[in-house]
Design a protein around this ligand. Structure first.
Ligand code: GAR
Length: 219
């Protein structure tokens, strides 16, 4: 059982999808701590509702990012975390945390990287006028939204869409691919070769997983 620490900043719907997938017995791991940089993040309530330990580390309390990261590392280590999952964590993490958990930090980004990194990837994609948007689960490195890609899912952008329509269509896909990527990690099926993430058992697994390619709006 991989011990998972989840970092959040907000609603925590991705956290919920991870918790639900674990409860369904589909991830060989457990969420042992949820840390938020925002004391009123609803994700903290979700964690408490599932009996998961929580902690709040307010970034405003630290002058240097290094010290903020060090406090995160302290809590993660105290809980013997093996995999760090950034689920809507809106702070950039640096070398202090990455060196403590090499190749053991993963993130979900609401765009098809390397397009539209940074904040509000969905709005960037919408404003650019792309016809395919989506989301990406990737290992985290020191550059923002840059590390080796584990899984991506694409969704259409329809002419009738509002920005919020697109955002919610992407979010539904996030809820599918993020737990799936975590399950692959916990099963030891991910190997990084240069920038490429090789999935043991091959990509057949992904194509066969119907949920990964059926998204609202596609019919
Ligand atoms: C998600 O859309 C996630 O991809 C995004 O924040 C949202 C969090 O929602 N993350 C980023 O933009 C990180 N760059 P949630 O709190 O309901 O899971």
């Amino acid at each position: 059982m991989t011990r998972i620490g989840v970092l959040i900043s907000g609603s925590g719907s991705n956290l919920q999808s991870i918790i639900d997938t674990i409860k369904a017995g589909k991830i060989n791991g457990e969420v042992v701590v949820v840390i938020s940089n925002d004391a009123v993040a609803y994700g903290l309530t979700r964690a408490e509702n599932s009996g998961i330990r929580t902690a709040v580390v307010k970034h405003g309390d630290y002058n240097k990012r290094r010290d903020f990261d060090a406090e995160l590392v302290r809590i993660l280590r105290e809980n013997r975390v093996e995999l760090v999952v950034l689920a809507g964590f809106m702070r950039i993490i640096g070398a202090t945390l990455l060196n403590a958990f090499p190749d053991r930090v993963i993130n979900i980004h609401p765009a098809l990287l390397p397009s539209f990194p940074g904040t509000d990837g969905q709005a960037q994609a919408f404003a650019y006028g792309v016809k395919l948007a989506g989301c990406t689960v990737h290992f985290v490195d020191e550059e923002v939204d840059h590390g080796p890609i584990i899984i991506q899912a694409a969704v259409p952008v329809l002419s009738s869409d509002s920005k919020d329509d697109l955002k919610s269509r992407i979010l539904s896909c996030e809820h599918k691919i993020f737990p799936h990527a975590i399950a692959l990690y916990c099963d030891g099926k991910l190997r990084i070769e240069d920038r490429r993430v090789i999935i043991a058992g091959s990509d057949e697994l992904l194509l066969a997983e119907e949920s990964l390619i059926s998204c609202p709006g596609l019919g």
